[in-house]
Design a protein around this ligand. Structure first.
Ligand SMILES: Nc1ncnc2c1ncn2[C@@H]1O[C@H](COP(=O)(O)OP(=O)(O)OP(=O)(O)O)[C@@H](O)[C@H]1O
Ligand SMILES: [Mg+2]
Length: 1110
């Protein structure tokens, strides 16, 4: 939705001075200050824009701002120069009205910047396209060129335009720019030869010297040093923030864009150089014999260089500086020039040269930017011209007079056009015209420009008058002719009122301009008005071999000698102002009044006195008064109704009828006197700003109430929607919770039901089961009973049947026996007596054959320990059956033995020997059968632990084992290494390997062991042998069977006896030193974990308790 805004919204002070209440100079300035302090540099007086120079860049000229103001109504947004530019452009494009934008103000007030802003705005909003852009670019680029040649640094403005400029921009019917025409007014040419203190010559001189390349300067015969040139004041030659070198490049570039040819640019620069050179030409006096004073050029070098630059013959110019030829009718009179006249002539030439160059530049630019089509076009003129100029500290001279005259004219046209516009609007709107009281400055314009007795006319008259003409004679003339004029003041006028006015010097006159009184000093008026250039000089220039110079001095053409005096400056200016006014009158005016806030070129400083001064000289109070003369404010019915409809219940919130009726109803409803407003055709007119502010205030209050109402409704709506949302959410939450709770409850009930059901079902099932079981038992009982019954019955029946069958069989056997007996008795005589024996033998033979053949497949395995043998089929084969296994076993044993190696054979022999010794004699034997005889259990030869022991025994060790040596005193065992070699038995300490006893085998008498499963054995020594000193050894070993067997075999060999005796008995005697002790083996209950215990009972008895084996 488009938001309608208004100038009245967010106003700082008042945006339109017309609405200022109360209207006074103070309130006017206060309003400007207030707005300026808030960076609001633009304020309206109706459609006039007052622009304050901010002296700093503000962010209000951005492309976004351009868009903001584009196609918006003038009063819709806060005041802006863009609003004015937009209004002007749109009325030009849409209403086909030619426009002019008149920008006035003091030097440094921002006129040139304002004109550029207007042009850039129009360039931004108008059409686009290659051709259009080129035109736009050329129009915009004409500015830097003209500024370089026409602007200079002054005490008031670093970039002061020293000429007036009016530019007509031409548009086609679509509003696209086609081209333009520039007019220039009154270039301040005196600046070329002399600049006031603190000011500079035109920018181009400095730009050329600092920005041109060395090569260019050489060509132009120039030196970069400013101090070489008399025309360049060294004062402020360098300006802060002004880069002359860069600007020179910009200017050259701009000239190129505008369409200057290379040689044209070169010619222009040559002329600029020539002006500088001209300034350096100096003269010295020389007296002639006829008594007259002549002048001579001091140093002809500069003259020479200048002449070379412009292609002028040096002697021609030299002569022109020395003589002045006056032609009257057919007479030619030549007079010599003295030094002062020569200098005058030089400066006049320099000024003319430069000002004509400037005019040529304008013409040349116009040539480039002129519209290419002849079609009718619309025009927007932009006038950037000095505002009212008045120097308090300096003399106001001819220039100020001319400028102020121009401003009088502009004011006149402003009043005329404003009133006309106002009147037209009243007529258009059907409002009764009330006469407006205002000051008409026509009288002042008349004082200046009247053809008969106007000041300019009198000045011209004086200039043309033969005889001595001075500024004083001119003032006298004024004093005589204008004495009675109410706006003319002079000390020497006939008006006695000023005779004693000391503020009015004798050589001055004062004019009461519409904007205030200005005191002019007459000195220089005549000269400046004459603006004389001696004909000799113009002719010398015409002779130059330089295309541009020739063009600039057409009057020097000897073929077109014009004896008439050239028009005076005043005359020319009046004529061009006249043309300008005519031009402006055909256009719709738009005013921009520029004000500078301070003299220091500083931002944020607002000097009341300075602003007040400008407000007066710009006639702004007058502007406001004229604008307010009828009705201060007017507004179309639609926006008015839209803005104030809330003030009346009938129009709020909607008015259905026509807007005008709505406004009428609205106004009737308000306590506003009827004379305060009038209804036009499309607008309401409000007489006093008071009334408008009353409406605004009521609107503000109403808006506050409405805002409260809207807030109230909104808050209510918000709370309600929030509540509804909460309610809805609560319902959802509750529903979900209920569902959840019910689900839980249902699940509980369901599981409870299931439990109850399961119990019930279980109970029912058990009941049923019980019943079924009972039923089944009954059925089973019945079945059993019936089975028993049937069985009894069946058995009884079977018995009967068997009885019957037996009886029948007996009968048949008896019958068969009787029959057989009968048959045998009958056929016995037919059998041979020996047939039975043969059959018997044959049968036996067959059975034997069958038996042996059967054996072949059922033979047991070849393992000697396999004891199986197939069963005998017939009892009569008993003998065979016993003999055959024995034979088979012997055979397979033989077979088995034949596979043995020698070692294995020795092992088996030992085993066999063991069997022979112990089988069925010692209970330990059976358990030893399956144990292989390992011999060296300690691996004595390889174990490094027993290396010492091994070396101590020099024989091959047959057996090495750990045995327990039974202590003779208490029967306890001590571990000893038992070694058996072919020659001896060695007992050694188990830990140290130290030999404890070594018994040569021949010393062994016998070995005694028990019949039981223990491992005790006694080595009984032969009495009287060396070993028997300590007595016999009682030892025990796990490998008893092997030890004894090995001892048995080896000992026998060693002792050269058949064998070593092995006594197997549970009681035997051993010799312990001197005692013979009986070792008795008893069987006892297992003690100490099934081990054998040995105890010395007394001197004679050692009891070994062997646990009974199950
Ligand atoms: N709108 C603006 N924003 C920022 N600075 C500005 C603006 N207008 C003017 N100025 C500053 O003020 C200086 C003087 O402005 P400008 O040259 O437009 O004055 P002028 O009225 O044309 O003076 P003169 O009559 O001497 O030519 C500018 O150089 C610029 O620094
Ligand atoms: Mg300017």
């Amino acid at each position: 939705m488009e938001v309608k805004t208004s100038l009245l919204d967010n106003m700082i002070g008042v945006g339109d001075m017309v609405l200022l209440e109360p209207l006074s100079e103070d309130s006017f300035i206060e309003n400007l200050r207030k707005r300026f302090d808030h960076n609001e540099i633009y304020t309206y007086i109706g459609s006039v824009v007052i622009s304050m120079n901010p002296y700093r860049s503000l962010p209000i000229f951005t492309p976004e701002k351009v868009e903001e103001y584009r196609n918006r109504n003038f009063y819709e947004l806060s005041p802006h120069i863009y609003a004015l530019a937009d209004e002007a452009y749109r009325s030009l494009r849409d209403q086909d009205k030619d426009q002019c934008i008149l920008i006035t103000g003091e030097s440094g007030a921002g006129k040139t910047e304002a004109s550029k802003l207007v042009m850039s705005y129009v360039a931004a909003v108008c059409g686009k396209g290659q051709e259009v852009n080129k035109v736009k670019e050329q129009l915009l680029q004409s500015n830097p060129v003209l500024e370089a040649f026409g602007n200079a640094k002054t005490v008031r403005n670093d970039n002061s335009s020293r000429f007036g400029k009016y530019m007509d921009i031409e548009f086609d019917f679509k509003g696209d720019p086609l081209g333009g025409v520039i007019s220039n007014y009154l270039l301040e040419k005196s600046r070329v030869v002399k600049q006031p203190r603190g000011e500079r010559n035109f920018h181009i001189f400095y730009q050329l010297l600092s920005g041109a390349s060395d090569d260019t300067l050489k060509k132009l015969k120039l030196d970069r040093d400013y101090s070489k040139y008399n025309y360049l004041s060294l004062d402020s030659a360098v300006v802060n923030g002004l880069d002359d070198a860069a600007n020179f490049r910009t200017v050259k570039n701009a000239m190129q864009i505008v369409g200057f040819m290379e040689d044209e640019v070169q010619s222009v620069l040559e002329l600029v150089a020539a002006v500088l050179k001209l300034g350096d030409i100096e003269f010295k006096p020389e007296s002639r014999c006829n008594g007259s004073d002549e002048s001579r050029i001091k140093d002809k070098n500069d003259l020479k260089e200048m002449c070379e630059l412009l292609g002028i013959e040096q002697s021609v110019l030299e002569r022109a500086f020395s003589y002045r030829t006056v032609e009257a009718r057919l007479e030619k009179v030549s007079t010599t020039l003295n030094v002062a006249q020569a200098y005058y002539a030089r400066d006049a030439l320099a000024k003319n040269l430069y000002s004509r160059l400037f005019s040529w530049l304008v013409t040349r630019i116009n040539e480039s930017i002129k519209a290419q089509t002849k079609a009718r076009h619309k025009v927007m003129g932009v006038l950037d011209i000095y505002g009212f100029e008045i120097f308090e500290d300096r003399d106001n001279s001819f220039e100020q007079f001319i400028i102020n005259y121009c401003n009088e004219k502009l004011q006149q046209i402003f009043i005329e056009l404003t009133l006309r516009e106002e009147q037209e609007e009243y007529v258009r709107e059907g409002i009764e015209w009330t006469n407006i009281e205002y000051f008409n400055n026509a009288i002042i314009c008349d004082l200046i420009e009247n053809h008969q007795n106007g000041i300019l006319a009198m000045l011209d008259e004086e200039c043309l008058r033969p005889g001595t003409v001075t500024d004083e004679t001119f003032l006298d003339k004024l004093n005589t002719i204008c004495a009675e004029h109410q706006h003319f003041e002079s000390r020497l006028s006939k008006n006695s009122k000023f005779l004693t006015d000391h503020s009015l010097p004798h050589n001055c006159f004062r004019i009461q301009h519409y904007a205030g009184k200005v005191l002019y000093r007459v000195e220089g008026f005549v000269d400046k008005n004459n603006d004389l250039l001696y004909r000799d000089l113009s002719q010398a220039m015409y002779k130059a071999n330089h295309s541009l110079i020739k063009q600039l001095f057409p009057e020097g053409n000897p073929g077109k000698v014009n004896l008439k005096r050239p028009p005076t400056a005043g005359f020319q200016f009046r004529a061009s102002v006249g043309t300008l006014m005519k031009n402006l009158q055909t256009k719709n005016p738009n005013y921009i009044r520029c004000i500078k806030p301070n003299d220091k070129k500083a931002s944020h400083i607002f000097t009341d006195s300075l602003v007040c001064h400008q407000v007066r000289y710009l006639g702004l109070m007058e502007n406001v008064r004229v604008r307010r003369a009828g009705y201060a404010f007017r507004q179309a019915y639609e926006p008015c109704l839209e803005r104030y409809k809330m003030l009346c219940k009938r129009t709020w919130p909607h008015w259905r009828g026509p807007a005008r009726e709505g406004v009428e109803v609205l106004m009737a409803d308000l306590p506003v006197p009827a004379e305060e407003f009038s209804f036009g055709r499309s607008k309401i007119f409000i007489r006093n700003p008071r009334t408008l502010f009353f409406l605004e205030e009521r609107r503000r209050q109403c808006l506050q109430d409405l805002a409260t109402l809207i807030q109230k409704i909104y808050r209510g709506w918000k709370c309600r929607s929030h509540f509804l949302l909460l309610k809805k959410s609560q319902i959802v939450v509750a529903a979900w919770y209920r569902r959840y709770a019910q689900e839980k409850k249902y699940q509980k009930i369901k599981s409870a039901t299931t439990v109850v059901q399961s119990y019930t079902r279980g109970w029912q099932a058990r009941k049923l089961l019980r019943e079924l079981k009972y039923q089944k038992r009954c059925e089973e009982a019945v079945t059993t009973i019936s089975a028993f019954w049937h069985g009894t019955q069946a058995r009884r029946e079977l018995r009967q049947l068997k009885e019957e069958a037996r009886n029948r069989h007996a009968v048949s056997v008896i019958w068969a026996g009787w029959q057989g007996t009968k048959v045998r008795r009958e056929y016995r005589k037919f059998f041979r007596a020996n047939a039975g024996k043969k059959i018997y033998d044959f049968t036996i033979q067959r059975i034997m054959q069958k038996y042996f053949l059967g054996l072949k497949s059922t033979m047991p395995s070849m393992s000697p320990i396999d004891k199986s043998w197939p069963a005998r089929p017939y009892r009569f084969l008993d003998g065979v059956h016993r003999e055959l296994p024995r034979i088979f076993h012997l055979w397979r044993c033989k077979k088995y033995r034949s596979q043995f190696t020698e070692e294995k054979k020795a092992v088996y022999e030992e085993k066999l020997e063991a069997s022979e010794i112990f089988k069925d004699k010692k209970a330990l034997y059976p358990s030893s059968v399956s144990q292989p005889f390992k011999g060296d259990y300690l691996e004595i030869s390889t174990n490094p632990k027993y290396q010492k022991l091994n070396s101590a025994v020099d024989e091959k060790v047959l057996l090495a084992d750990v045995v327990n040596k039974i202590n003779r005193a208490n029967g306890k065992g001590t571990a000893r290494i038992f070694l058996l070699t072919k020659k001896s038995v060695v007992l050694a300490d188990q830990k140290t390997g130290q030999v404890k006893a070594s018994v040569p085998l021949p010393d062994l008498a016998s070995v005694s062991v028990s019949t039981q499963s223990d491992g005790f054995f006694a080595l009984r020594l032969k009495e009287g042998s060396a070993s028997a000193v300590k007595g016999d050894f009682l030892l025990s070993s796990e490998h008893l069977i092997e030890i004894i067997t090995k001892l048995h075999r080896t000992g026998a060999t060693a002792a050269d006896s058949k064998q070593l005796n092995v006594d197997i008995s549970d009681e035997f005697l051993v010799q312990f030193k001197h005692d013979k002790v009986c070792v008795k083996f008893i069987q006892g209950a297992p003690k100490n974990g099934n081990s054998v215990s040995c105890k010395r009972k007394n001197n004679r008895l050692l009891e070994v308790s062997v646990p009974t084996t199950a």
